[in-house]
Design a protein around this ligand. Structure first.
Ligand code: ADP
Ligand code: MG
Length: 688
């Protein structure tokens, strides 16, 4: 999140000095509204008194009684021990840390209320560090449960409670933003009712529903939060739609020729994607589309056809890939497809020699090359793309927002280029509907025909010998294999060392095979030579680090071994496994794991073993890790959801989306007020 854009801490609140204001700001509380939406974590029930004899072990309760005695004892360690009596029994209260004021309060004969967890101790009922205060006989009990708020060091619950209560009392009777019919249908209370129910629940409230967020008041708040997220995303979407982009209508000359030369027919899903993209490109505002397709679903050809449509319209198109290996592979594939059609392709990457690079830059600057493929080298300043009309980002989750924005700024004549983001990390539906709602999404939900399913095996490290034998057999039968080295997150040097050792051991164990090694520390031209040799079949077994994780496409490779598979994330395992199963040969992925397995590692291996479908895996990933990481991959400063939970509250998403659309059209004022209420000054962050 961009802190520079955050509004300053609260000032001028009665009883709130600069230091408290700073602490409140840590909780994102800067305005009275922010206090209203600072909702309790849980509650304490001080609305009733429990006889000491009836206090259940372990439960937090409130008792009232008379102080019998209070003394500081020194054994087993220094502590203040008080005995408090009511009609039913005796309670011992202990404090290991205490101020003299507490000693003074505990004068024998004084009537006190004690709130705390009561346990059965050696001397009977006892409680440690309870909250305590002196009361008069018959003093009334509070008429609502006591909220416990999330807080930060140096900010007392009692102060937060006071501030929230004050804000709640001063809350203007705003008009209710949600239409009554919708509130009836979803059984949602009004905003004011919901806040009262959450900050000051009546003593007979369903405490369980409150704490698990199933209470209607919580549903109201979560609905509103999802609504605001939809509003913000929708506004960002509309703002981008209001910009200008070159019209890339195309005339079918080049795309038709490519279709005619392809060795395969597009799948139905590919054909639909091509159509959708073609329509977007012909519109005068920038496309902002995400093309999602599982590993191997054939996104590259869809990208190629889109680039040709741009070229037909006299505009340039660039394809940016996250790694050198992938960029080079794309370049080779595209050159094979497009050069016969007379379309010039430039290839830019850090690995090209200065002279080559300059020649490519000149071809782009003159417009001779209409298509460019490369790594982030494409965004560097000297790359002039005078007629840029289309930007395609492959494996978009690997790039930051800034890199995508940089390409957008290169549009021709003050226009924005059309943007197509491609991703093989499938985004579960709930996420697509929420955090990604500012993009149009096309899904390739069909794999090209003739693929045989990949057999996945879990094998314990102890049986490594059998795995090596299997690799030998497959390679001697004319197929190829990958051996992925363990991920060592803590140390790149150690990871490299392990890769080299793995390579040496395998090469020694398999003298009859041609074994190669590729890792991130090789010089680009070395990497490129190894990958070319593997693609050509000269290398039979490729030992690799995760540099081969994305995109690499060598159809004859049909066996993959992943060492210490338990260390990899789910998305990574799925991507890696997707490097095989690309040809017609039966493919297998062997996941070697070492004991002991952590609970999480075991859960991940189970998911990858049981599921082949990237969407199912992503859903499980979302369940195991939460949305943070998926959303993190967007890096777009999106406000995270504080209260709504995408999986649990999925049924609220669709109505929130529909209402957002309606409010933006029919009552933009309400929409603005809602966003103001939730986001304050943070709305400007949604740009990418
Ligand atoms: P990804 O979606 O993972 O980027 P690719 O574009 O690399 O997938 O395609 C995977 C492989 O499938 C490539 O070898 C590609 O040429 C091939 N392919 C793509 N579309 C089809 C199709 N419709 N029929 C047969 N093979 C296809
Ligand atoms: Mg790809």
């Amino acid at each position: 999140m961009n802190d520079a854009a955050a509004p300053p801490p609260a000032t001028g609140w009665p009883g709130v000095g600069p230091q408290v204001a700073e602490r409140l700001a840590k909780l994102d509380i800067r305005r009275p509204q922010d206090l209203l939406l600072h909702l309790p974590l849980r509650y304490e029930d001080e609305t009733r008194l429990v006889p000491i004899a009836a206090a259940r072990a372990g439960a937090a309760v409130q008792v009232e009684g008379e102080v019998v005695s209070a003394e500081v004892v020194l054994r087993p360690r220094r502590q203040l021990v008080a005995r408090i009596r009511d009609e039913s029994g005796l309670l011992i209260a202990r404090w290991l840390h205490f101020y003299p004021s507490l000693q003074k309060l505990l004068a024998p004969g004084r009537r006190v209320r004690v709130f705390g967890e009561v346990r059965e101790g050696f001397f009977g009922a006892e409680t440690i560090h309870p909250r305590i205060r002196a009361v008069d006989e018959g003093e009334p009990l509070p008429d609502s449960l006591t909220p416990v708020y999330p807080t930060t060091a140096g900010l007392a619950q009692s102060l937060l409670r006071k501030l929230v209560a004050r804000a709640l009392a001063a809350m203007p009777q705003e008009e209710e933003p949600l239409p009554p019919a919708l509130r009836d249908r979803l059984e949602l209370p009004s905003f004011g009712e919901a806040l009262h129910a959450l900050h000051h629940p009546a003593p007979d409230s369903d405490a369980h529903a409150l704490e698990t967020h199933a209470h209607p008041a919580w549903r109201r708040i979560k609905f509103e939060e999802l609504l605001v997220q939809q509003l913000a995303l929708r506004r960002a979407y509309n703002a981008r739609r209001a910009r200008r982009a070159p019209v890339l209508a195309g005339d079918g000359r080049l795309t038709g020729a490519l279709h005619a030369h392809l060795p395969f027919r597009l799948t139905g899903a590919q054909a639909r994607a091509v159509d959708e993209i073609a329509r977007d490109l012909a519109a005068p505002h920038p496309m902002q589309r995400l093309l999602q397709g599982d590993v191997g679903s054939g996104k590259t050809i869809v990208a190629a056809l889109a680039m040709l449509q741009a070229a037909e319209s006299g505009h340039q198109a660039v394809l940016m890939a996250p790694t050198e290996i992938l960029a080079e592979q794309h370049w080779k594939k595209l050159a094979a497809w497009l050069e016969p059609l007379g379309v010039g392709i430039a290839w830019l990457s850090g690995s090209r020699k200065k002279r080559e690079r300059e020649a490519e830059l000149a071809r782009l600057a003159s417009g001779e090359a209409l298509i460019a493929v490369g790594t982030h080298a494409l965004i560097e300043d000297p790359v002039a793309l005078p007629r840029l009309g289309l930007v395609i980002v492959d494996e978009q989750h690997r790039f930051g927002v800034r890199q995508r924005l940089a390409l957008r700024e290169k549009g021709a004549d003050g226009t924005n280029p059309h943007m197509l983001m491609m991703s093989a990390t499938p985004i579960p539906r709930t996420l697509a509907m929420s955090f990604y709602a500012d993009l149009d999404v096309t899904v390739l939900d069909e794999l090209p025909p003739g693929r045989t399913p990949i057999l996945t095996k879990l094998v314990a490290e102890g049986r490594r010998g059998e795995v090596v034998a299997r690799v030998r057999e497959a390679c001697l039968a004319g197929r190829q294999a990958y051996w992925v080295c363990p991920l060592i997150e803590e140390s790149e040097a150690l990871q490299l060392k392990t890769a080299v050792e793995t390579y040496e051991n395998l090469a020694a164990a398999l003298p009859e095979l041609r074994v190669g090694l590729v890792h991130g520390r090789l010089k680009p031209e070395e990497k490129s030579a190894v990958m070319a040799a593997f693609a050509a079949g000269e290398i039979q077994l490729l030992v690799a680090t995760t540099v081969i994780e994305v995109g690499v496409d060598v159809p004859n490779a049909s066996l993959m071994v992943i060492e210490h598979a338990e260390r990899f994330g789910l998305a990574q395992l799925h991507q890696l496994r997707g490097r095989v199963g690309r040809g017609s040969a039966e493919s297998a992925c062997i996941l070697l794991f070492a004991h002991p397995l952590s609970e999480n590692g075991r859960a991940r291996l189970k998911v990858i073993y049981e599921n082949a479908d990237g969407f199912a895996i992503a859903r499980e990933d979302l369940r195991i890790r939460g949305p943070g990481e998926f959303v993190g991959a967007r890096q777009s400063g999106l406000p995270l959801l504080r209260y709504a939970d995408l999986e649990g509250d999925a049924e609220l998403l669709e109505p929130a989306r529909a209402l957002a659309e309606r409010l933006l059209q029919e009552s933009p004022d309400t929409a603005r007020r809602l966003m103001q209420r939730w986001l304050g000054g943070r709305e400007g962050l949604l740009r990418a």
